[in-house]
Structures are given as C-alpha cells and as structure tokens.
Design a protein around this ligand. Structure first.
Ligand code: PNS
Length: 165
C-alpha cells in the first residue's frame, strides 16, 4: 500500500491556532504527520524550552491519531529521510511568506530531491497570526486567547511578564 508520511517542521515558540489549523488540514491529507520542533534555532533565545513546546503540541494534537510530536537537529531533509518521510509540510499565510518558503523548498530539493514540500494555507482567520506576534502582543497586555490553544494560554500566563525580545 502507498502511504505518505510528512514532517511538519518549525520552531513553534509557541504553537498557535494557525499551526494547529495547518496540522488538522495536513492530517487529513497524509497518512502520518510528524510535528518536528527544531532544537537549535537561529532565532535567538526561545521563550519556551523544547520540552515545554513538545508538551503543548502533544496536548493540543491528542485528538489526531495520525499526528505525533518530536524534535530534531541538523538538516531537515536528513531528519525526514531518517523518519522515512516523503514530504515536508509548510504553511503559507501570505505572499510575504512565499519568498522564504520558496527558497527553503528549493534548497531542500537540492539537498534531497526525493523529498517534496507541500504547502497548505491556514484558515483565513489565522493568516495574520505568528508566534512572534503572539508573544509581542501578550507581552504588552493584549488578549491572545482566541489565537492559541488553551494550554499555550495557560503557559503564557504562568510565565508572568515575558522578557523583552
Ligand atoms: O517555524 P520556522 O522557524 O519558520 O521553521 C523553520 C525551519 C525549522 C523549518 C527551518 O529553519 C529548518 O528546516 N531548519 C533546519 C535546518 C535546515 O534544514 N536548513 C536548511 C533549509 S533551507
């Protein structure tokens, strides 16, 4: 039988409802979806530890029986190959995402032509949501309850006042 396993990679600092929306869409299309948190990000000091992020994603994706969560280091295409995955899933919110995503997809194809990048669009209501914006708005006292899963909201509140970026 022909089954498709895909990796949904990212920083997920923290998981947003936009990510979750994409996971739900991806899980309907592929047989197995592995949400993979990059361990050593170049984005600077993350707000949540990798373990905290893993827990939040695990809780938020409990309802999907074909979704799992793990972490990875090094090249995404190497990780995908080790996992026996044929595809990488990425979300595109707006044209502004396209350039970076296109470059990454082409570089990944150059590194391993066997792995395809699948792009999906999140629900329109999440097209402006990003982890960076969530942290920025929450830091300034804005209400982000509708934009993140309940456990993420809880964990954000538990952090108290967030450190400045
Ligand atoms: O959530 P993000 O930060 O947009 O995710 C970026 C991510 C993790 C997908 C990307 O940085 C990545 O794949 N990093 C692993 C290193 C790698 O493979 N680099 C070459 C891709 S061009």
């Amino acid at each position: 039988m022909h089954t498709v396993k895909a990796i949904y990679p990212g920083t997920f600092d923290p998981l947003t409802n936009g990510h979750l929306d994409l996971i739900a869409r991806g899980a309907k299309i592929v047989d197995e979806l592995v949400v993979a948190i990059l361990r050593n990000t170049e984005k600077g000091e993350p707000l949540f530890t990798v373990e905290e992020r893993r827990e939040m994603i695990f809780e938020a994706t409990r309802e999907f029986d074909n979704v799992s969560v793990t972490t990875f280091d090094g090249l995404l295409v190497d990780f995908a190959r080790q996992q026996g995955a044929k595809a990488v899933l990425r979300g595109i919110r707006a044209i502004s995402d396209y350039e970076y995503e296109f470059q990454m997809a082409m570089m990944n194809r150059k590194l391993n032509p066997e792995i395809e990048t699948l792009f999906m669009m999140p629900a329109e209501k999440y097209t402006y949501v990003s982890s960076r914006l969530i942290k920025g708005v929450f830091r300034l006292g804005g209400d982000v309850t509708a934009l993140v899963p309940p456990l993420v909201m809880e964990r954000l509140r538990a952090k108290g006042s967030l450190p400045a970026e």
